[in-house]
Design a protein around this ligand. Sequence first.
Ligand code: TXA
Ligand code: MG
Length: 338
Amino acid sequence: MKTKLLTIEQCKEAGAILKKGGLVGIPTETVYGLAANALDGKAVAKIFEAKGRPQDNPLIVHIAELSEIEDLVAYVPPMVYDLADAFWPGPLTIILDKSEIIPDEVSAGLDTVAIRMPSHPVAREIIKASGVPLAAPSANTSGKPSPTTAAHVMHDMDGKIDAVVDGGPCSVGVESTVITLATRKPRLLRPGRVTPEEIEEVLGCELEIDDAVLGMLKEGVRAASPGMKYKHYSPSSDVFVVKGDFEHFKSFVEKKATENSSVAALVFDGEKLSCRTLYFGEEDDDLAHAAKLFDALRTCDDEGVKELYVRCPSSDGVGLAVMNRLLRAAEFKIIEDL
Ligand code: TXA
Ligand code: MG
């Protein structure tokens, strides 16, 4: 299959492909999504094939208007309207009990469905042009870092999908915050740009944090969100998160680099090393870390980096999402006490 690269002026064409049951890579404010008509089980099944995604990992359904949610879920709890008021359109996904029109391919056999209203104008235009809600996971090969540019999507999906719409780099850079309202108490399943504190302020109650958000999934514990049990964001390079100050980091990594030429460092702006160095923003800029992390991991893969040492960012605010992705990319390899 020849994958067309479309411009943002060609949203109608993207919508037409989706309406006919095709697959299109679309820009959103978080990461690029791999979209299909969410109401067409056959079209959705092709997403799993293109990504090599495990069949039991459900997809997020993207809508352009709040009223569209009513047909997709069994019941809309009042909390949803408060959250929508505060965060939609935007990088928040809400899990609710699903309605009958959601195909099993979308919910992967669960009784629930994840809904999100993206804020990216191109995503919204494509949803409207298709005339249907769009199921869309991140548009990467399953297990690889999520794509934040159209070039990343082409790298993974060229020849496997109908088209990619190039909307430029994604502003947030990590996937949406996922919460479930299908449990007794609201619970955070995946951290993102919308922080737990911001959600609690709107809900006026506690947001439980799932154990898997920062820690390793404990053996025997059922994953609340199937996506959390898979190896994720995993570049071919071996990633290590290094705690401590820059002076110790520098001497440790530069020594590694003399032993092995394919060593790289991911550090804060202004920090200088003698080996290959990538930057993810000022030390206190959690938004920059989020925006740059996946691109840095993909760059390492492209350059054949074997070992990547990363300065440990703060996990406050959006840093919680950055650490969640980084720890998975590193398979929880943390170096302390240098
Ligand atoms: O920002 C985003 O959310 C991007 C863009 C494209 O919108 N999408 C995205 O989708 O990250 P994906 O499929 O890569 O991640 C969705 C996560 C997975 O961990 C999945 O297991 C979880 O949400 N999920 C989806 N439906 C669920 C459900 N019904 N119950 C529990 N977890 C669910
Ligand atoms: Mg994903």
